[in-house]
Design a protein around this ligand. Structure first.
Ligand SMILES: [Zn+2]
Length: 449
């Protein structure tokens, strides 16, 4: 039973349309066949999930009160009576598996000795209802499929009283509370900046006849089913917000907050950011499936570099569109994160973070330009081809590194795609070769066990 058809947009020359329209199950539930966030009249993926979320962010405490209605379409070919959910923010607790591994192996230069309770992250389910079956809050169980760490709370499982038949639908109504961590690793806050990544209870993926829902580890990434996201974010009115998908509306509330609503089609995750300081550059790329609205959120100290960031983004879109297939989404947001944060260099659907420094010289291409091209490349490999980044991280990073060399060489010339400064030049290909030769034995592609 093919459970996961990945996004189909004539990638690598193969082009066909999926005859997928919303089908309503006997329960009356459905996954919407909306297309307002893509340049296609029909859906581009086999949609398994629909997340409808309402999130209120407290910018002072870095907390979030969330409610989530998740509709799940059982395309596994068999009845399902258990459902596991990721609670990634619980990885940022002192005894989690993520933290054990991070302390042992190091992450992004963190000094864990200085890390204390005000920097912790947490994700707590306040209530959990299965529509038609009742309240399961007290029956939730933390599971740890990967190790014996009983303190790890990054996966929670619910066992239903009635299984969901093949092709059936189930709906979960979940209330949750997030405490964002100080950014140790690509999610959380730094001063008045926040990156909302891996912030909501996210159902696992049925993959190779079993649930694939691993604990959060220091060196693995993410895997989820395609679907539809409708997200309301409430933040103070002074915040500048960016997120996955298209912005549908922004309404000021009487209490000094505003509610910004986003919609995403054919994506498998949703991230957002807020900061009072972002300066915005809007731009458009004319792709072969239609226009893509580009939104660049820059730190004021880096504003002089916004032209360079827009250029690398558009040139990357151009090369990918011509060589690998169209970018089908209507939006792409590039975030320049708070300089002191660990939120740089990350990809989420239609949303990437770069990273620069105020003094970066024009001829140095191997830093922020390379980061932007690299994270954009993930829109294709992580975002659309969407291999299992947990089991086979090398697939995504490997082909992305290959396309990075091709695209950077094409933009800046093969001799100067890393550096063209003060008469010194260096190319991507040599840099990549040196990098991999220095690490050849460290990271085999696949291991047993
Ligand atoms: Zn990468």
């Amino acid at each position: 039973m093919p459970v996961r058809l990945r996004l189909v947009v004539c990638l690598l020359g193969a082009s066909f349309a999926l005859p997928v329209l919303a089908q309503t199950g006997s329960s009356g539930l459905t996954i919407p066949a909306t297309t307002s966030a893509i340049n296609s009249p029909t859906p581009l993926s086999q949609r398994v999930v629909a997340y409808d979320m309402d999130a209120k962010y407290n910018a002072k405490a870095h907390t979030l009160e969330g409610s989530e209605t998740l509709t799940y379409h059982n395309l596994t070919g068999q009845a399902l009576d258990t459902f596991p959910f990721h609670l990634y923010l619980n990885g940022f607790q002192p005894t989690s598996t993520w933290m054990r591994e991070g302390k042992r192996e190091g992450t992004r230069g963190q000094d864990f000795e200085k890390w204390d309770s005000k920097s912790y992250g947490a994700e707590e389910i306040k209530s959990f209802e299965v529509v038609g079956q009742g309240d399961f809050t007290s029956q939730l169980q933390y599971i740890h499929p990967d190790d014996d760490n009983k303190d790890d709370r990054t996966v929670v499982q619910v066992r239903l009283s009635k299984p969901i038949p093949p092709d059936g639908y189930v709906q979960f109504k979940i209330k949750f509370h997030d405490q964002f961590p100080e950014t140790l690793e690509r999610t959380g806050w730094n001063r008045d900046f926040v990156l909302g990544g891996q912030w909501f209870p996210k159902v696992g993926v049925w993959w190779h006849s079993a649930w694939n829902c691993h604990q959060f580890h220091a060196y693995t990434e993410f895997f989820a089913d395609f679907g539809v996201y409708d997200v309301k974010l409430t933040v103070p009115q002074y915040e500048v917000v960016g997120a996955s998908g298209v912005e549908v509306s922004s309404v000021n509330n009487p209490d000094g907050t505003k509610t910004v609503t986003y919609h995403g089609d054919d994506i498998h995750d949703f991230a957002w950011t807020a900061s009072p300081h972002y300066l915005i550059q809007n731009d458009t790329f004319q792709g072969s499936m239609g226009p893509v609205q580009l939104r660049i959120l820059m730190q004021p100290a880096h504003w002089s570099q916004v032209g360079r960031e827009a250029r690398i983004l558009k040139e990357s879109l151009d090369r990918f569109d011509r060589w690998y297939g169209p970018y089908p989404y209507k939006t792409l947001t590039l975030v320049d994160p708070d300089p002191g944060s660990q939120a740089f260099g990350m990809e989420y659907p239609t949303f990437i973070t770069g990273g620069t420094v105020w003094w970066e010289p024009e001829g140095l291409h191997g830093f922020s330009a390379e980061t932007i091209e690299h994270e954009f490349g993930h829109q294709y490999w992580y975002g659309m081809v969407a291999t299992n980044e947990f089991e086979d991280a090398w697939m995504d990073e490997g082909i992305n590194e290959y396309t990075q060399v091709k695209v950077m060489d094409s933009i800046f010339g093969p001799q100067a795609s890393v550096l063209n400064l003060w008469g010194v030049t260096a190319g991507e290909r040599d840099e990549a070769r040196l990098f991999f030769m220095s690490l050849a034995d460290l990271d085999p592609i696949a291991k047993n066990g």
